[in-house]
Design a protein around this ligand. Sequence first.
Ligand SMILES: [Zn+2]
Length: 133
Amino acid sequence: MPELPSTLVPVPLRCCEMRRGAGIRFCGEIASHVRPGTGLRGDLFFCELHALPSDKAIPVGQVFELVRLEIVVELAGVTPGAAVSRSEAVAAVERALNRMGALVDVASVSSRQVRNVVHPPTRDEIRQSAVPR
Ligand SMILES: [Zn+2]
């Protein structure tokens, strides 16, 4: 196997158990177990709920696919002040992404005052449109 780069900060692996329903969905919870791959298929990772008795604990040095997303997130500030709103927004996004095992590296933060030209969705409308876990 060729020499692979290593992560400076350990990244939690995520469960690949398929979910039933429309479209392809995976469990995605933090994995604790590995099931060795066969043939062209690589090792598979499973959370406590989806692991089989024959699965092993994930060892240090386990090879996995590290996905890097470069995204733009826009979120309403919690105060009229830019500094507090920016700090709180970064913390809120980090908390949300950390819960799913993501490491967050915020490259830049900015804000500006704007106004909506139509009424934004309500909390219930947002929850109803969210993909169920
Ligand atoms: Zn799972």
